[in-house]
Ligand binder design. Structure first.
Ligand SMILES: Nc1nc2c(ncn2[C@@H]2O[C@H](COP(=O)(O)OP(=O)(O)O)[C@@H](O)[C@H]2O)c(=O)[nH]1
Ligand SMILES: [Mg+2]
Ligand SMILES: [Zn+2]
Length: 286
């Protein structure tokens, strides 16, 4: 039989069958499918209660550890906790480099209204939805965006991923965390990755938030590929004086001109430069 792994906990797997049942499985022996560990989102063959084979993946992430993702939903907030736009940009670039669509959800808009993040991302070409798990604002727009796909919720702890998922399906009752007023940081209430079912074949994986440890170990995209992964840079690429312009300090740079004219957002450009420099210095150490 084949099914999809919807939960993984220390060597045990919940597998959803085609008929919608959940079978509790363990993996065969000391599990190594040619070095691959089964991931949440994997389609797998199983016999009885043993997973015997992982089917080829469309894509896979290590942080968060999920496979066969249709879209990544990056959660952020302008208020307790404040999301660093660099974290958003970093995730967007990794997803774009693998052709995985991204949706940016700016939650807690009941507390912040049209805040800083909405302004930064308005003209980036990134699909952005403002939501409130408190008032329900934007929840239907998000529901429409999720419909029929397998989406993975990601973002820093405490921004409201689990709260929004509870809003999307009132039967879930996922535990939510307190955000410490003092630290402005969320606690990691969600400790594992699990796929939840919504109507119309919609699937959503809730994941624990990122720690700084995770972000330090996120994969790097080669410096030369970065500019094309910022969709709003597109009109300027190829218009710089030097064909190999890195858009850093070169004279006659169309990207920097757009920045000076405020057509591009400083925050996005700063992320580009930071990612560029990180990728370059990592390469030197190789
Ligand atoms: N005011 C307000 N609080 C929210 C909203 N969404 C979540 N919270 C609160 O933020 C805290 C963290 O929520 P949680 O869903 O656990 O965040 P997660 O770590 O991203 O899953 C909880 O105290 C929630 O009640 C929202 O839209 N508005
Ligand atoms: Mg959570
Ligand atoms: Zn340039």
């Amino acid at each position: 039989m084949t099914g999809r792994i919807i939960r993984a906990l220390s060597g045990f797997y919940d597998v959803e069958t085609e008929s919608g049942e959940t079978v509790f499985c363990r993996a065969r022996g000391k599990f190594r499918f040619g070095g691959e560990t089964p991931l949440v989102g994997d389609f797998a063959e199983f016999e009885g209660q043993t997973v015997t084979r992982i089917l080829p993946r469309k894509n896979a992430f290590i942080r968060p550890a999920v496979a066969n993702v249709d879209q990544l939903v990056v959660f952020a907030s302008d208020v307790i906790p404040v999301t660093d736009p660099f974290l958003i940009d970093r995730i967007c670039v990794i997803a774009a480099s693998r052709d995985i669509p991204v949706v940016l959800v700016i939650n807690k808009c009941d507390l912040s209204g049209e805040g800083t993040l909405a302004q930064i991302y308005r003209d980036t070409g990134i699909v952005t939805i403002q939501t409130s798990a408190e008032t329900g604002e934007g929840i239907n727009a998000l529901r429409a965006q999720l419909s029929g796909k397998f989406s993975v919720f990601t973002g820093n702890s405490g921004v409201g991923k689990s709260s929004v998922l509870n809003r999307l399906n009132a039967e879930l009752h996922l535990p939510i965390g307190e955000v410490s007023e003092k630290l402005g940081r969320g606690r990691h209430t969600t400790r594992h990755i699990e796929i939840y079912r919504l109507p119309d074949g919609t699937r959503v994986a809730d994941t624990p938030g990122f720690s700084s440890f995770d972000t330090e170990r996120m994969e790097l995209v080669p410096a030369e590929e970065l500019a094309e992964l910022f969709p709003e840079f597109a009109p300027y690429i190829g218009k710089c004086r030097f064909p190999d312009c890195a858009h850093l300090k070169e004279p006659g740079c169309a990207v920097r001109t757009a920045l000076e004219e405020k057509t591009l957002q400083q925050s996005r450009y700063d992320s580009y430069v930071k990612l560029y420099e990180t990728a370059k210095s990592a390469k030197q150490w190789e």
